[in-house]
Design a protein. Structure first.
Length: 203
């Protein structure tokens, strides 16, 4: 429901994972295979010599400094800007407003209901249930309109359709109180917490 670039995140994580895997394999080969260590030393020496020649050939006239440092600094600034833009896209789309209407009655003005009202009301209604290992409620902005996402983690043996029906009834009651129908996505998932946790029993 939010605008987090999940595909881009997976691509970047995949590229980073491959890079770390390549570095790990190289370090393992350098430590265990003498031929690879010899090749690395010879190759690294030639690469370092080539870098030094590149910097020597790109010096400013009459000065010992190379303009390649400016290129490197500019590339680092661009990389930092891209990283900041990528971080700013994470979790984007959350909304703090559930409903807003203009009241033209005796006292005119805008009536606004924050998303925290729905979030806290549903969390309180779902808290303490023995058939749930966890529940989160978040308000999102979907194409300019507020919407709710209810994420549930049922315990083992709980019927998902019955749980979804009960949550839908809670959402209907919330809509009746607010006076406006809000789109809701009910996500029922399972994880390690639901597999290894047990429902509390009172004897």
């Amino acid at each position: 429901m939010n605008s987090t670039p999940t595909l881009l995140n997976r691509i970047l994580i995949g590229i980073l994972g491959l890079m770390l895997l390549a570095v790990g394999l190289l370090l393992m080969l350098l430590a265990s295979v003498p031929a690879v260590a010899t090749w690395w030393h010879s190759r690294a020496g030639s690469v370092w010599s080539g870098i030094n020649r590149a910097f020597d050939s790109t010096r400013f006239p009459g000065r010992p400094e190379s303009w390649l440092w400016l290129v490197v600094a500019f590339a680092l600034l661009v990389l930092i800007g891209l990283m900041v833009a990528w971080i700013a896209q994470q979790g984007k789309g959350k909304n703090n407003l559930l409903a807003a209407e203009y009241d033209s009655g005796t006292v005119t003005g805008d009536v606004m209901i924050g998303g925290g009202v729905a979030e806290q009301a549903l969390k309180h209604a779902l808290a303490g249930r023995p058939d749930l290992a966890g529940a989160t409620v978040v308000t999102y902005d979907v194409q300019g309109s507020p919407a709710l996402k209810v994420r549930l983690q049922p315990r083992q043996g709980v019927a998902p359709h019955l749980l979804a029906a009960e949550v839908a009834a809670l959402v209907d009651a919330l809509d009746a109180v607010v006076g406006k129908r809000t789109p809701v996505l009910i996500h029922i998932g399972a994880g390690a917490r639901t597999r290894f946790s047990r429902a509390e029993r009172v004897r």
